[in-house]
Design a protein around this ligand. Structure first.
Ligand code: NDP
Ligand code: 8X3
Length: 253
């Protein structure tokens, strides 16, 4: 309640679910994404439903200049950020190493790793000035185990895991908590993006199982961020009940 929360990638999926969850809690939100129509519609909806203040910032996290311009010049009343949720990310393609498109690899590394770093570098000094803060990074079970054809997506999420551990150590002295959330299969636009609009391939990802929803992940993130100042959940691995890890899914439906 009454926190200022910055959520990257709020135009769909997990980020959008987080935006709704924190708005319902009465928090002020800075929401980001590239799709202006969606972001502005979400801002209008949340301001109407929850009478909260929303700052919508449209930029690509891969573009360091755009990140710096948008987050480096926040109005003073938006600079006391209590919580940063580094959620913007994607998988592009799921191809064997020798066939994968190098542009897809660059997009994943530039978004999932560089984008997260650019955003964090802008927000951490504000948290340090405030003498506390909480950063939640969205990793993946793909950052815990490498699976066939996951190659660079897995590498990008292993990087998020390592960056989260490193942030936690370095930011200890500033009382900044760092939590890394590692979801398994969550039914969002993730698979549609990964398979470049192929709806059949995207749907097949969740065949025979009940996947997680964006709300399931938002609920877990919310829990992690409501604990007393002296308690930090370092990481959570969250899968559907029918998924043990990146390799084993029981498709029984
Ligand atoms: P969605 O595709 O539904 O949402 C992704 C969000 O990221 C969108 O809001 C999108 O906004 C934003 N985004 C992507 N690229 C950029 C960019 N270059 N600049 C700014 N924003 C960007 O997928 P999810 O909600 O599932 O994904 C959220 C996070 O969760 C990702 O980091 C993903 O890797 C991770 N994850 C997802 C899992 C799943 O099974 N769904 C499992 C494990 C982790 P826009 O296009 O408007 O820019
Ligand atoms: C998304 C989950 O298993 O498709 O990060 O990589 S998985």
């Amino acid at each position: 309640m009454n926190k200022t929360v910055l959520i990257t990638g709020a135009t769909s999926g997990i980020g959008e679910a987080c935006a709704k969850k924190y708005a319902a809690d009465g928090d002020r939100l800075i929401l980001t994404g590239r799709r202006a129509d969606r972001l502005n519609a979400l801002k209008t909806e949340l301001e109407k439903d929850f009478s909260t203040e929303i700052l919508a910032l449209i930029f690509d996290v891969q573009d360091k200049e755009a990140v710096d311009k948008n987050l480096g010049t926040l109005p003073t009343e938006w600079q006391k950020i209590d919580l940063l949720i580094n959620n913007a990310g994607l998988a592009a393609g799921k191809d064997s190493f020798e066939n994968a498109d190098i542009n897809d690899w660059e997009t994943m590394l530039n978004t999932n790793v560089h984008g997260l770093l650019y955003v964090s570098k802008q927000i951490i000094p504000l948290m340090i000035a405030n003498k506390k803060g909480h950063i939640v990074n969205i990793g993946s079970i793909a950052g815990k185990e490498v699976y066939e054809n996951g190659n660079v997506y897995c590498a990008s999420k292993f990087a998020v895991d390592a960056i989260s551990k490193s942030m936690r150590i370095d930011l200890l002295k500033h009382s900044i908590k760092v939590t890394c959330i590692h979801p398994g299969a969550v039914e969002t636009e993730f698979s549609l993006v990964r398979f470049k609009g192929d709806e059949n391939k995207a749907a097949a990802t969740y065949n025979g199982m009940v996947p997680l929803s964006g709300n399931d992940i938002a609920d877990s993130i919310f829990y992690c961020t409501q604990l007393p100042d002296h308690v930090c959940i370092n990481e959570l691995n969250i899968t559907p009940t029918q998924q043990a890890n990146a390799y084993y899914t029981h498709r029984s439906l």
